[in-house]
Ligand binder design. Structure first.
Ligand code: GLU
Length: 466
């Protein structure tokens, strides 16, 4: 592993679905690695066998991919590294940096109660530290935290953070069943992978001095740390993992584009001047840790919707196509009924006027279904005897013209002039006649997308009241 390569990682515990905060953490790590030409590693921290679920692993990976992230090398499953963890636990025992502790749960509970009663911070009293206990089926392994001195962390966002060793516990690094705890596993895995930069939520800040002490005992390099402030919900409260707005899957369901979501997440805690809209390539080019904001950021649903709407007309055709397919399937529609050029034409028109992909598909039913049906109230309101007679004239004229935007618009405009009515008086009945509803692209775009044959068939049947 070359010493100069920047290597970051995302290390989720698959005990639940990926949420906004986790996705942002992953994105910062990914962007930083890509920006520096380094590596980004995905490590699934699945050592909690009870709560870790395969379905969560799958959801996490598919969400990361959906937002546009990829990772270098194979996914690392922490549970498969237990032998290596054991080796390191043994090494720490052998070099005198760890010891077996056989204090009973009752003793620890009693100690905790006494410390609480004396208004002391509850922590292990190092009873077994110098007893040279042999291993036993009940004993755990504890790390010998240095008794004196400070751990000083140069956090790239929080600046210098100092922890006094005297405040830290002799933490458990191996449980009675021999399995490694989180602190030991995370340190060993980061060390072995050559992780150079750890970017994670500031809920981990208090873990960092413990992990740095273990790294130092192992003679390993200490990575650079960045602890990110939390994301607040719209009312300024800490986002809860259980709250709806934190769940990532819903944003796709609501019709957000992957690029929009990446854009929104990155901006929750990072800025590049006053820029608001970024493509993923621009983010890779511009993302740097110096643009991170030390203050917590708040979710702003209006801004999220705006970013998505802006990205609707900016993202690549392949991105919008993929989302169009996904939403069509969810809405029981089949976009393959359209020829490639027709589909491209539909998307070109719709992406400029729709705020979300969900809307875009819902507002394309009239084209994707052979018989989209007619909204009864629209029929009553717009297909009056007067409008039908105008539609009749138009239908006859439409038989004759070239089927393109200019000539169709010309016909509609001429009908308005002839009957001295506003454009809506012609366009809206025509729209209801050919789409069955009141919402569609401009009337000429709608007609062109439908094609002459289908448009006229629907128009004639609406005129005749069928
Ligand atoms: N697995 C930990 C979590 O999901 C993250 C560990 C880390 O980033 O150091 O919170």
């Amino acid at each position: 592993m070359s010493g100069s390569t920047i290597r970051t990682r995302f290390a989720p515990s698959p005990t639940g679905a990926l949420h906004l905060g986790g996705t942002r953490t992953a994105l910062y790590n990914w962007l930083y690695a890509r920006h520096c030409g380094g590596d980004f590693i995905l490590r699934i921290e699945d050592t909690d066998r009870e709560r870790s679920k395969e379905e969560h692993c799958q959801q996490i990976m598919s969400m990361l991919r959906w937002v546009g992230m990829d990772w270098d090398g194979e996914v690392v499953y922490q549970s498969q590294r237990s032998q290596r963890h054991q080796e390191i636990i043994q090494k720490l025992l052998d070099q005198g940096d760890a010891y077996y502790c056989d204090c009973s749960p009752e003793r620890l509970e009693q100690l905790r109660k006494e410390q609480m009663a004396a208004k002391l911070k509850p922590r292990y009293d190092r009873h077994c530290r110098d007893r040279d206990n042999p291993p036993s089926a009940q004993s755990v392994v504890r790390f010998k935290t240095p008794l004196e001195g400070d751990v000083v962390i140069q956090d790239s966002l929080k600046g210098e953070v100092r922890f006094s060793n005297s405040e830290l516990d002799d933490l458990v690094i191996a449980r009675a069943d021999g399995s490694a705890t989180y602190h030991l596993a995370v340190v060993v895995d980061d060390m072995d992978a050559g992780v150079t930069h750890i970017i994670r939520g500031d809920d981990h800040l208090n873990n960092t001095p413990r992990q740095v002490n273990i790294l130092s005992a192992l003679g390993a390099d200490v990575p650079s740390y960045t602890h990110l402030p939390m994301i607040l919900d719209e009312s300024g409260r800490k986002m809860s993992k259980r709250k709806d707005s934190a769940d990532m899957a819903q944003y796709r369901e609501q019709g957000y584009l992957p690029t929009a979501l990446a854009n929104i997440l990155v901006r929750l805690g990072w800025a590049h001047g006053d820029d608001e809209l970024f493509s993923v390539e621009e983010l890779i080019q511009q993302f740097d840790l110096s643009g991170l904001n030390p203050a917590a950021s708040r979710i702003d649903p209006k801004k999220m919707a705006w970013v998505n709407q802006q990205q609707m007309s900016r993202v690549s055709e392949s991105e919008i196509n993929a989302e169009f397919d996904w939403h069509s399937a969810r809405q029981d529609l089949d976009p393959d009924v359209l020829s490639k050029p027709d589909r491209a034409a539909l998307i070109e028109v719709q992406r400029k006027r729709c705020r979300t992909v969900t809307d875009m598909v819902a507002q394309s039913r009239w084209l994707l279904l052979e018989d989209p049906g007619t909204d009864e109230s629209a029929r009553e309101k717009f297909l009056t005897p007067e409008s039908r007679s105008i539609l009749q004239e138009l239908a006859d004229e439409m038989e004759q013209v070239d089927w393109n935007v200019e000539s169709l618009k010309g016909l509609v405009d001429a009908a308005c002039e002839r009957h001295q009515v506003k454009p809506g008086k012609v366009a809206q009945p025509l729209r209801v006649a050919v789409t069955g509803g009141t919402v569609s692209p401009s009337i000429e775009d709608t007609l062109v997308l439908l094609g002459r044959e289908r448009a006229l068939r629907r128009l004639r049947s609406a005129i005749s009241g069928a």
